[in-house]
Design a protein around this ligand. Structure first.
Ligand SMILES: Cc1ncc(COP(=O)(O)O)c(C=O)c1O
Length: 405
């Protein structure tokens, strides 16, 4: 695959490239999108072939079954060294569906949910929409790195009825070290509360970093652990909403299966099933090359910023294609500028100060840090799942806009 060629996604019904949606967050409908978490690369060729075969047959009736989960277990074993029996892997219609279902099933209304922040926004919305309460808990941040602040985590977890973790983390892209994962598991175990780990970004770990699935780390600890993962980010097929769950506790696993069956949510759509199967059985090389390309993108971003604008810094990361850029050094000046000219920045009410500033002055659309929690207004999330020349051009425009302040 040549990842230096980004697909032209205009007019493809992509939310990331939708002009109204872009304007809503950036105050500029023509800003180039570096926001929604999907990539601009063409998918893995075998996935394309599976889609073409399906379209060639022209039959879109009910599939005979979800494809067997042996392809999924083989992937987990090969990619992460995690051995999970096929029959323990449960299909979900998207990762957030699995997460919301587990939260509803294993906590009561009014339960307190601990989600470390910055957090992917649906992690805040799912508790709210389901009558649960969010415990505000910020990750530690120092020297450009996010980490688990163990003392605060223990304190905040003392009130929690459930922990929801994101590993590797969106928006920062950090890969948690084993000790931090074990600490979280141990906390859940001691409190006897369930722990959900969203691992949708776990197959996009850059060379040099190592992701450990929570379910694997849990084999020694035996907390009530629900690990969720998906082929969607890995292979850029997120529009197909297909994910998987592994529950460490057999009783909880049965309850989860029963709840899915009761709501008739346990059947795979034909396209989602075919694409996921092609991805997991034939996508290893593509995935390896993509992880390399993404790692090199991070290196290129760091090198560019270090030379052109060292005050702007991408926080440390080892996975995914999204990263958090720390704009603290410029924030006060940017805020003054944005507040002083509401007309210039109008239309971007769905965004924040930074996303509107860069949208209007650099034509770069990013998710504002406030999207990920109240403490993060001085950050933006930058999606670097695209060609390097697009990235470097965007950074150049951002730096130019800052210099003109
Ligand atoms: C951490 C995380 N979880 C879940 C999702 C969405 O998953 P799905 O579309 O399968 O519900 C995303 C998409 O950006 C994500 O970043």
């Amino acid at each position: 695959m040549d990842f230096s060629i980004a697909a032209d996604r205009r007019n493809t019904n992509s939310i990331k490239w939708n002009r109204e949606a872009i304007e809503n967050i950036s105050a500029n409908p023509d800003a180039e999108p570096f926001w929604v978490a999907d990539m601009d690369f063409f998918p893995e060729p075998h996935i394309q072939e599976a889609a073409r075969t399906l379209a060639g047959l022209g039959i879109y009736g009910y599939p005979s079954s979800p494809k067997d989960t042996s392809a999924v277990s083989a992937w987990l074993r090969m990619k992460h060294g995690w051995i999970v029996p096929d029959e323990r892997i449960i299909f979900c219609q998207g990762l957030l569906h699995g997460l919301a279902l587990a939260m509803n099933l294993f906590t009561e209304k009014g339960a307190k949910i601990l989600v470390p922040s910055p957090m992917y926004r649906p992690f805040r919305q799912i508790p709210e929409r389901n009558g649960r309460l969010l415990i505000e808990h910020d990750l530690g941040y120092s020297g450009g790195r996010f980490f688990l602040d163990r003392e605060r985590f223990t304190r905040d977890a003392a009130e929690a009825d459930m922990i929801v973790f994101c590993s590797p983390q969106n928006p920062s892209g950090i890969v948690f070290p084993r000790e931090e994962l074990e600490f979280v598991l141990q906390t859940a175990k001691e409190r006897d509360i369930p722990l959900i780990s969203d691992e949708i970004h776990s197959d996009l770990v850059h060379p040099g970093a190592k992701h450990i699935p929570m379910g694997l780390a849990n084999e020694r600890i035996e907390a009530k652990c629900i690990t969720l993962f998906a082929p969607s980010k890995t292979f850029n097929i997120a529009g197909e909403h297909c994910a998987f769950a592994v529950l460490s506790d057999p009783g909880m696993e049965k309850a989860f299966r029963d709840a899915e069956a009761a709501l008739w949510l346990n059947e795979t759509a034909i396209t989602a099933g075919e694409l996921a199967y092609a991805a997991y059985t034939k996508g290893f090389e593509y995935n390896r090359d993509l992880c390399r390309y993404l790692g090199e993108n991070v290196k290129a971003i760091r090198e560019y910023l270090a030379a052109a604008c060292p005050e702007l810094r991408m926080s440390e990361c080892g996975a995914s294609f999204v990263g958090f850029i720390d704009c603290s050094a410029f924030y006060d000046r940017i805020e003054k500028e944005v507040l002083s000219d509401p007309g210039k920045y109008s239309g971007g009410e769905g965004g924040g100060v930074l996303s509107r500033f860069f949208g209007v002055n650099a034509s770069v659309a990013m998710n504002d840090g406030t999207w990920f929690g109240p403490s993060w207004k001085k950050f933006v999330r930058f999606n670097y799942g695209t060609s390097r020349d697009r990235i470097l051009n965007a950074l150049e425009r951002m730096v130019k806009a800052l210099r003109a302040l």
